[in-house]
Write a protein that binds this ligand. Structure first.
Ligand code: IMP
Ligand code: MG
Length: 334
C-alpha cells in the first residue's frame, strides 16, 4: 500500500484541489479519500471549461478514480445527492466511483439549525460542530443506518486492506480546511471540529509506513474566514482580496487577509512531516509589486519575488532538510 497526503498549512483555501488534480494526473491512484470535515469545505474545480464546486465528493471522480468519503468525515445527505446530480449534469461519470465509509457520521437538520445560531466562531453554518459533538458524545447517526446510502457504503478496512479489485492500493488523501483551523493545533476556539493534519489522514485506516509524500499547501499571503480579528492594517489587503478573488467558496464571505507568517509555515511543516511544499498564488503579489512576510515579530519587505522566495526556501530548508518548495501562480498547474 502507498499513500500521498495533501494538507493545508494555513487556514484553508490554499489550493489543495489544484494539487489533488495534478497528483491524480501524474499517479496511478486507486482511491482518493477525503479524510476530514463535511460540507463546510468548498472545492472549486474546472472541468471541461465548467466551474464546479463540490463540498463532499473528492476530485478523484473527475479522473475516473474511486472517491471515498472517509470515516473522519461528516455527511449531509441532501448535499451529497445534489453533488452527484451536479457532477452527472456536467458530464462526469460517477457510477460505482463514489463511496462512503460505513461509519461516517450524518449531519442532521437539527445539527444545521443549531449551527445557524453560532455567532462566536463564525462557522460556515453547515452543522459540522454539532455533528462532531454528537459523534464524540456517542449519540450520532452513522451512514450504515441510512437505507438511501446502501449502494455507496463500504467497509473501510476491507476496501483498503482486503481489496481484490487492485493489485496494490494507492491512495491520495485529500484533506479539508487547514493547520490553523485544526481542532488540536489551530487557534482554539476559532477552529473547525476535525483533524486537518496528516494525523487525520492516518486515522482513516492507513498505516503510517504507507505514507510516501506529504504535500503541504500554502499561499504566499494568508487568508482566514471567521469571527476573530485577523486582517492586519495595510492598504494592499483590499487589492489582494480583489485580485486574488478571496471570497469563500462555501459562504461567499470576504476572507480576511494578512501577510504570510513564516513561523506558522515552519510549525505546520514540522508537525505534518511535509516533504513537498507548494506556495500558491504568487502572481497576486507580483501584480501589486509588494513582497512582504512576517517572521516572528518582524515584518520583512523584499525588493522582488525572487528574494522573498529565497528567504522562505532557506528558512524552511533549515527547519526541514530535504523539503522541496515550489512557488506557483494561480492559473499554473503546479
Ligand atoms: P466550521 O468548520 O463550519 O465549524 O467553521 C469553523 C471555522 O473554520 C470558521 O472560521 C470557518 O470559516 C472555518 N472553515 C471551515 N471550513 C473551511 C474551509 O473549507 N475553508 C476555510 N475556512 C473554513
Ligand atoms: Mg476550500
Amino acid at each position: 500500500m502507498l499513500a500521498d497526503v495533501i494538507v493545508d498549512l494555513q487556514y484553508g483555501d490554499c489550493g489543495k484541489g489544484k494539487i489533488a488534480n495534478y497528483l491524480c494526473s501524474q499517479n496511478d491512484y486507486t482511491h482518493v479519500i477525503r479524510y476530514n470535515g463535511g460540507c463546510n469545505a468548498g472545492h472549486t474545480i474546472y472541468h471541461n471549461g465548467k466551474k464546479l464546486i463540490t463540498h463532499h465528493i473528492p476530485c478523484g471522480v473527475l479522473h475516473g478514480i474511486k472517491s471515498v468519503i472517509g470515516p473522519g468525515c461528516v455527511l449531509n445527505l441532501n448535499q451529497f445527492f445534489d453533488e452527484i446530480e451536479m457532477l452527472e449534469e456536467a458530464g462526469v461519470k460517477t457510477e460505482g466511483l463514489i463511496k462512503i465509509a460505513s461509519n461516517v457520521h450524518i449531519i442532521t437538520d437539527f445539527h444545521m439549525a443549531e449551527d445557524k445560531k453560532d455567532t462566536e466562531i463564525g462557522t460556515t453554518k453547515r452543522g459540522n460542530g454539532p455533528a462532531y459533538r454528537d459523534k464524540y458524545a456517542r449519540k450520532g447517526m452513522i451512514a450504515l443506518e441510512i437505507p438511501d446510502l446502501e449502494e455507496y457504503i463500504i467497509d473501510m478496512y476491507d476496501e483498503i486492506h482486503n481489496n481484490k479489485e487492485f493489485d496494490d492500493v494507492q491512495i491520495l488523501f485529500e484533506g479539508a480546511q487547514g493547520f490553523g483551523l485544526d481542532i488540536d493545533w489551530g487557534d482554539y476556539p476559532f477552529v473547525t471540529s476535525s483533524h486537518c493534519t496528516v494525523g487525520g489522514a492516518i486515522l482513516n485506516g492507513v498505516p503510517p509506513q504507507a505514507i510516501r509524500d506529504v504535500w503541504g499547501v500554502a499561499k504566499i499571503y494568508e487568508t482566514y474566514v471567521g469571527a476573530k480579528d485577523f486582517e492586519g492594517i495595510d492598504p494592499e489587503f483590499d487589492l489582494i482580496r480583489d485580485i486574488g478573488e478571496e471570497y469563500g467558496a462555501t459562504t461567499g464571505r470576504p476572507r480576511q487577509i494578512n501577510w504570510m507568517d513564516v513561523d506558522l509555515l515552519e510549525k505546520a511543516a514540522k508537525i505534518n512531516g511535509v516533504t513537498k511544499m507548494v506556495i500558491n498564488k504568487v502572481d497576486v503579489l507580483d501584480q501589486i509589486e509588494t513582497w512582504k512576510l512576517f517572521h516572528g515579530v518582524d515584518m520583512l519587505q523584499f525588493e522582488n519575488a525572487g528574494s522573498m522566495y529565497d528567504y522562505i526556501e532557506s528558512h524552511l530548508g533549515e527547519a526541514r532538510p530535504g523539503i522541496n518548495v515550489l512557488f506557483s501562480g494561480n492559473k499554473e498547474i503546479i
